[in-house]
Design a protein around this ligand. Structure first.
Ligand SMILES: *Cc1c(COP(=O)(O)O)cnc(C)c1O
Length: 410
């Protein structure tokens, strides 16, 4: 029997659905030649800021620009150290380096895949000294001040922000959320006794609207959200050659504006984002049910209380990954690995002389994770086929669950 392929991600279907509205955006841009800036960028910024629950939103050229500008505007200086996690897309650390700082890492929580606040505490207390007079934190190995932390809401699951904010306050660190995978995710802050959207928790946050993200442009785009007016003002200058007004340059900046066509496209799509996120949540619930009814409830990702993830990616840990990937490919089921090599082991960072074993949780996850098909239009039938294919592989091999196998070794 010929079976249809199941894509990992379907970018064609949502654009077919919105074809008329999106075509009108392009036609309007041609009619008005409004390609850069203008009312539509401001309108999108206002709407996305309202969506996140922040006073300010500043559109920029990409998520990478957004992380970099949030760090610079938040006060990170050349020579500083900025701490993040090793299991993120390299854009997070590129942005840190582009801000003139050095990236450093703390390991992640094995269940959530996100920054482990205990390990951040250990890093600050054991790997750093606090200067008695300035109160600044210095990394002992690098002899440089640690000034910021960038938690990543990986796969659309909010990082545990409360203890990170507590530590940041105590050690005087800037907190920039990398919310590039978490448009609309929510976190219950015990500190604030309120639900907060990703992007409204730290001093500032970075979003990417790369086409494959939950809210994607038809090209490159990003945004910084913040409740701090001064940070927002600086990001506005940084994205536009450091201008406070036309040809008055208060500083050197960048050419990194959000273009008007992308802003208009994002406005159209933002209206659909709550429904798309809900469809992703329903698909995640179906995966959970399918694995659960086969008595394999160790597969679905852990979902902590006090969080409402948006499932940018649906990531499971599997035994014998390479063989399973082949089996899924043979069944024409698309998959991904996010990400196969933790950043500290990337060639790009070989000069930092990290080694295997430095961040064991991130390393183990990198060798065991698989991202299954996940997008709003994913059907129940498609999910059933995905789960059946995985379970038949697991049963046939008689392999132990990777979770019970790894907990036996830890
Ligand atoms: C996509 C992404 C970025 C970068 O966004 P771009 O728009 O591609 O520059 C940064 N961090 C994370 C975690 C991402 O997933």
């Amino acid at each position: 029997m010929e079976s249809h392929s199941i894509p990992f991600l379907d970018l064609v279907a949502p654009h077919r659905e919105l074809r008329k509205e999106l075509a009108a955006v392009f036609e309007n841009a041609l009619d008005t030649a409004g390609f850069i800036g203008g009312g539509v960028v401001a309108d999108f910024e206002q709407e996305f800021g309202r969506f996140c629950g922040t006073r300010n939103c500043v559109g920029v050229g990409s998520g990478t620009d957004a992380v970099r500008f949030a760090l610079i505007a938040g006060g990170v200086k050349p020579g500083d150290v900025v701490v993040t996690v090793p299991n993120t897309f390299i854009a997070t650390t590129e942005a840190i380096t582009q801000a003139g700082a050095t990236p450093d890492f703390v390991d992640v929580d094995e269940r959530t895949y996100n920054m482990d606040p205990q390990k951040l505490r250990h890093y600050l207390q054991v790997h750093c000294n606090v200067d008695g007079t300035t109160g600044r934190v210095y990394n002992k190995r690098l002899s440089r001040p640690v000034t910021a932390v960038v938690p990543v809401h990986l796969y659309g699951q909010p990082a545990d922000m409360d203890p990170i904010l507590d530590l940041a306050e105590r050690f005087g660190l800037l907190v920039v959320e990398d919310a590039c995978q978490a448009h609309g995710a929510e976190y219950f802050s015990r500190r604030a006794n309120a639900w907060k959207k990703a992007g409204a928790i730290g001093k500032a946050a970075a979003f990417s609207f790369y086409p494959g993200k939950n809210l994607g442009a038809c090209g490159e785009a990003g945004a910084v959200t913040t409740n701090d007016d001064e940070v927002a003002r600086t990001v506005r200058m940084l994205r536009d050659h450091g201008q406070s007004r036309k040809y008055y340059h208060d500083m050197e900046g960048y050419n990194a504006r959000l273009d008007a066509i992308q802003a208009a496209i994002l406005r159209v799509k933002l209206g659909h984002l709550p429904r798309w996120n809900e469809q992703r949540r329903q698909a995640a619930a179906r995966y959970r049910e399918l694995f659960g009814s086969a008595d394999r409830s160790e597969f679905p990702p852990y979902h902590p209380d006090g969080s409402k993830p948006v499932y940018h990616l649906y990531v499971v840990r599997v035994p014998e990954r390479e063989s399973l990937l082949r089996r899924l490919a043979d069944a024409k089921i698309g998959t991904g690995i996010h990400y196969p090599i933790p950043l500290h082991l990337q060639k790009a960072y070989s000069t930092f002389s990290y080694k295997l074993g430095d961040f064991p949780v991130a390393e183990r996850l990198a060798s065991e994770i698989v991202s299954l098909p996940m997008f709003p239009e994913l059907s129940a039938d498609q999910q059933e086929r995905v789960v059946k294919t995985i379970l038949s592989f697991v049963d046939e091999r008689g392999v132990q669950s990777v979770l019970s196998a790894s907990s036996a070794t830890t």
